[in-house]
Design a protein around this ligand. Structure first.
Ligand SMILES: [Zn+2]
Length: 203
């Protein structure tokens, strides 16, 4: 079912964009499930830019699963049930290329078991994220077609969703604190060196 999904170019750099609400949701799941791990899926939409690709997280899904302090795995048939639900809800199952799980109080890394799970993935590519209850996170991209490109680094961007009151408050702060200057109005040159006597040399 994933055969028509285009795979990302591997020569680019990649960003996983998570808005603040989905971030809070995932992190609260990790917090509240601790000391157990927890695993989930998610939907991503790709956005191509000239020098990088964004994977924008649009949904987070928690399947039926087995959990313990050192283990988490989907129950049999749980992934198919999610795909069915997405189709029935009018969504696009090809966007379900995001996997995440929590290591509870443990460090974030991709364990041998995680590597196995990734290698068994049935989509053309997958973005994987490991988080923990200390709010640490790592992400990676694996592309399976035409061959398996493993462990491509993905930077994680938490995107704010500013509301009207916050925008106004920030604008007022900027107006009262920040004075726009032109270069020639500013300090004379850039500090290039601080001498032993504390004198600042400028360019
Ligand atoms: Zn893991």
């Amino acid at each position: 079912m994933y055969s028509n999904l285009s795979t990302p170019e591997v020569s680019q750099s990649y960003r996983l964009i998570i808005d603040i609400e989905l971030y809070q949701y995932i992190m609260t799941l990790a917090q509240e499930s601790t000391p157990n791990e927890i695993i989930g899926m998610g939907a991503i939409v790709k956005e191509y830019h000239k020098h990088y690709t964004d994977f924008i997280l649009t949904d987070v899904i928690v399947p039926e699963q087995y959990v313990s302090p050192g283990y988490c795995a989907f129950k049999e048939g749980a992934q198919n049930k999610i795909i069915r639900d997405v189709i029935e809800g009018g969504g696009n199952p090809e966007e379900l290329c995001f996997r995440w799980h929590s290591h509870a109080n443990g460090p974030v890394f991709f364990s041998l078991l995680d590597e196995e799970d990734i290698a068994n993935c049935d989509s053309p590519y997958v973005v994987n994220m490991v988080i923990n209850a200390k709010h640490e996170m790592i992400a990676r991209l694996d592309v399976f077609e035409p061959v398996h490109f493993r462990n491509i680094p993905v930077s994680i961007i938490i995107k704010p969703i500013p509301y009207e009151g916050l925008i106004v408050e920030c604008q007022e702060n900027i107006r009262s604190c920040c004075e726009t200057i032109t270069r020639k109005d500013g300090p004379k040159g850039r500090i290039t060196r601080i001498m032993p006597n504390g004198r600042k040399e400028r360019s």
